[in-house]
Design a protein around this ligand. Structure first.
Ligand code: ATP
Ligand code: AH0
Length: 387
């Protein structure tokens, strides 16, 4: 039994999800018990700095170093806080904060000969290890990228170990800032059918940005989908948006705020001009884009539709979104991973605890059908505290 802390702040940049877990077993026999889970919001000024950098704001190298360390400091504080009233952890797996992600299929304009993805997570593991006195594994995406992969999504192998079902084919659908799916064929019937996964497109990024704009900054997200629920989605717009390139790319594929961010939202708002949509209609339409991109993705890229969809991530709390997904995918059941025994709020944090644990055991963490890597790789870099 190893006691591990998993830490991640995702593309919503809403705060650090921390999970304190006890892990045993290896892969098929992997067992994870969640002892504590909590989200620690960033101080507002740090959050704004991160969002600005993600949106392309130029900063000096000195400011970059300060930002890296300010994030590491918050991650270390979250690791300390989650251990209060518990025995200390032996290991930390810290994803860090993604501030830039360039998928494989988007070459660098400056170096067209480079055919390798680029993904940058801040909050250096060495400082987290130093501040917490706990060995810390970080930089999980680089080994997959070095093996020719997108570096994302990394969660599907953990999903397969924790949520595979003997007789039901499942889609584990995360709806964070970005949406991503892990397709898990029934484990008793998987001779020729592989696990797969990819980023389905926007999760909450566009919705969150639109809510902030439409509420003049007084709200940061559409709680429970209550605002969107009073509107009506504009199907013509959703169908128009679904023809865009990202939704046609065959998986494996990944994306981020660089694509589904502020500029993308402004284009959506421009496209909506002339449809005479109320703010609630606009939010319903953006919610429908998330829903439709998920369903379109399943219909186009899965070998068969799943028996059930298990939601996780903050979007699983958006009741309107969940209801729209159920309506679009009927009669397939839409549940949450909570109902299958894995916390929908802390599954990503749990996943990075497992990846750190696997790093220590020399077990590979990526699924090549999900990232496109040429081979499985042991993920992460270990930083030991100096005693
Ligand atoms: N009760 C709720 N109702 C509606 N939306 C919610 C609710 N709770 C959280 N959310 C949405 O979930 C988002 C946060 O989700 P989550 O923490 O899973 O994202 P993330 O981990 O940052 O993203 P990613 O998985 O892409 O890395 C919030 O920004 C908000 O839009
Ligand atoms: C580069 C990056 O941070 N990608 C995230 C993001 O958020 C959701 C989706 O896009 C997923 O691909 C990934 O995170 C999860 C944890 C993953 O790697 O599985």
């Amino acid at each position: 039994m190893t006691r591990v802390i998993g830490l991640i702040s995702g593309t919503s940049v809403d705060g650090i999800d921390a999970a304190l877990v006890e892990i045993s077993g290896k892969e098929v026999d992997l067992k994870v018990e969640l002892l504590a889970g909590s989200t620690y919001p960033y101080p507002p000024s740090l959050r704004q700095q991160i969002l600005d950098v993600c949106a392309g704001k130029a900063i000096s190298m000195a400011e970059f170093a300060e930002l890296d360390d300010a994030i590491a400091y918050e991650f270390a504080a979250s690791a300390q806080a989650i251990q209060v009233n518990h025995n200390n952890a032996q290991l930390i797996g810290s994803h860090g904060q993604t501030v830039f992600h360039r998928p494989l299929k988007q070459q660098s304009p400056a170096s067209p000969a480079i055919n390798m993805a680029y993904s940058l997570q801040l909050g250096r593991g060495a400082l987290i290890a130093d501040l917490t006195h706990i060995p810390t594994v970080s930089n999980f995406r680089v080994a997959d990228i070095a093996a020719g992969g997108e570096g994302a999504p990394l969660v599907p192998k953990i999903d397969a170990c924790l949520l595979g079902h003997p007789s039901k084919t499942r889609c584990i659908q995360n709806i964070g800032g970005i949406g991503n799916v892990a397709y898990l064929p029934a484990t008793n019937n998987s001779e020729n059918v592989n696990i797969s996964g990819w980023d389905t497109g926007p999760g909450n990024t566009l919705l969150d940005l639109a809510v902030q704009q439409l509420s003049d900054g007084s709200q940061t997200y559409d709680k429970d989908g209550n605002w969107a629920a009073t509107g009506t989605p504009c199907d013509a717009l959703v169908q128009q948006w679904l023809t865009q390139e990202y939704f046609q790319i065959t998986p494996p594929k990944s994306t981020g705020r660089e694509h589904f961010g502020g500029e993308y939202l402004q284009q959506c708002l421009a496209d909506a001009d002339g449809y005479n949509l109320s703010p609630a209609d606009l939010l319903a339409t953006l919610t429908e884009l998330t829903v439709a991109s998920i369903v379109h993705s399943y219909r186009n890229f899965l070998p068969q539709m799943p028996d059930e969809v298990l939601l996780c991530g903050g979007g699983s709390r958006n009741l309107y979104l969940k209801q729209r997904l159920q309506a679009q995918i009927d009669p397939i059941s839409v549940l949450t991973t909570d109902e299958a025994g894995v916390s929908a709020d802390f599954k990503e944090a749990i996943a990075f605890a497992v990846l750190a644990y696997w790093h220590q055991l020399g077990i590979t963490g990526n699924i090549i059908q999900a990232t496109g890597a040429r081979q499985p790789a042991i993920l992460g870099e270990l930083h030991l505290p100096i005693e």
